[in-house]
Structures are given as C-alpha cells and as structure tokens.
Design a protein around this ligand. Structure first.
Ligand code: MF3
Ligand code: CO
Length: 256
C-alpha cells in the first residue's frame, strides 16, 4: 500500500528531511584523511539527537536470522563497499577513498533518508570523479520523471538507461522505496526497468530515489557481517539518494 501524506504529515516529513540534510552537511565537514568512520558515526548520532531526532538506522533489524541489528547511526561504505558498511574505528579514511554516507533521521514520527558519496582528499583519478558525477546525475535523470500521472517504471528506466549509457552498472538487488512513518514503505523503486510499468505517481507520495552505481560489473556480494554489500569485481561504487515529494508540478527534493 502506497501512503499519501496529508498536509500536516508532509510538514513533518519536511522537518525530518531537513534534519537529514543538515547531518550530511555536518559530516561533510569532517571527511578528511585520518578520520575513522566510527568518528563520523558519532558526529551524526550526536547531531541527530541534539536536534530532537533519532538515528533510524541504529538498531534496524536484519531480515536474516542470526544477523545482529544494524549497529551504526549511519552506513559508511568505502571504495568497493556499495552500501550498508558498518562504521568502525578500524576504517580510517585515506586520500582518494570513495566514501558513501547513507543516513536516516527520524523526527516527530517521520523518516528522512539521503545518501551522498565523497572522494576523500585528493582523487586517485578522473574516472572516480566521473563515477560520482554519473551517479548523482542518474538521480536527477530519474526525478525528471517523478511527476503526477507517470509511473514508477518511468523513473527506474531513466536511471538505468543513463547509468548504462555512461558505461557503468546499476545494482539490481537493492532499490529505492516509499518512505514516511516507516523507513521503507511501498513502492519499491528499482534503478532499472521498463518505462510505463508500475504504480502511478500521485501528489503526496514521498519517495527515496537512490541510484547505486558500480564502475565495473553489476554483481555484488554480502560480507560475513551480514550487512556490508561489496562489488564482486572489486571495482568502486557510488550512491546518491534523496527523499522527494510528488506534487502537482515537479517533484520537490526534501533532503536538500
Ligand atoms: N538508508 C538505507 C536506505 O537507503 C537503509 C539502511 S539499512 C540500515 O534505504 F540497516 F542501515 F538501516
Ligand atoms: Co533509502
């Protein structure tokens, strides 16, 4: 079931998303060689709590038996880690690393979800920079189609086509999603697919659109920690995500 948010619910979504965006800004200031992803996690948790929110990823349950709940307040994934990297004192950022930060702030009953990718310090090469640009632009290619009357598949198709046209791969096992009172609501929003398919978009829907892009082959693996997703070929990956609101006109990005 896809929830349509009321005016007052949309205001609460705005507040949660505004907090999410502010946390990203705070984290961005601290991304430099020598900092651990554990330190970034603490900065995020303190910032969210001191602004009246809760880090929704902390304690998020795994769907797999025997896998502990997610321990971090952010997902911090480096280089060939695509998503769901666990913050750690042992993961220390170095020049040229590609770091993905994905976080969800929960405030007043609603969730805001956004992910950003950065290169730490000096980039290793131009191709890494292009990977980040293509991933971000893939989001913007998708949101062009996130208008009333269109279908989910229109967004998916635009993202997948753009990424593949640029010579990269989209992750197929994970996708964007509706969001609101729950972090993950209907509908699922794949980053590939056929235009004209799937649910129709209506004003009041809030969606997290999140291209996950691999420089090499699309295949992924899960590490033994039960969370971290890495590329099978070891090539780097990028992730860019915003929570958006479907309106009468163009979609509005709430996590800006
Ligand atoms: N924020 C992620 C998303 O984009 C989900 C994180 S999984 C968690 O949907 F376990 F870390 F919460
Ligand atoms: Co998401």
């Amino acid at each position: 079931m896809i929830t349509i948010k009321s005016k007052s619910e949309i205001e609460k979504m705005r507040a949660a998303c505004k907090l999410t965006a502010a946390v990203h800004e705070e984290i961005a200031k601290h991304i430099k060689p020598g900092v651990s992803t554990y330190e970034l996690d603490k900065i995020a948790e303190d910032f969210i709590r001191s602004h009246g929110g809760i880090p929704a990823e902390k304690g998020y349950p795994s769907y797999q038996k025997g896998v502990p709940d997610f321990p971090g307040s952010i997902c911090a994934s480096v280089n060939d880690e695509v998503i769901h990297g666990i913050p750690s004192k042992r993961v220390i950022l170095r020049d040229g690393d590609i770091i993905k930060i994905d976080l969800v702030a929960y405030k007043d009953g609603f969730n805001g979800d956004a992910a950003r990718t950065y290169i730490v310090g000096k980039p290793n090469n131009k191709e890494d920079e292009r990977l980040l640009e293509v991933t971000k632009q893939a989001f913007f290619e998708g949101i062009k189609y996130a208008v009333k009357g269109n279908r989910i598949g229109d967004i998916s198709h635009a993202i997948g086509e753009y990424v593949e046209k640029n010579g990269y791969s989209v992750v197929r096992e994970f996708q964007g999603h509706g969001i609101g009172r729950e972090m993950h609501e209907d509908p699922g929003i794949p980053n590939y697919g056929k235009a004209g398919r799937g649910a129709r978009l209506e004003p009041g829907m809030t969606l997290a659109i999140e291209p996950m892009v691999i420089m090499g082959k699309p295949d992924i693996l899960e590490l033994d920690d039960g969370w971290t997703i890495v590329t099978e070929d070891g090539s780097p990956a990028a992730h860019y995500e915003n929570t958006i609101l479907i309106t009468e006109k163009e979609a509005e990005i709430l996590t800006n």
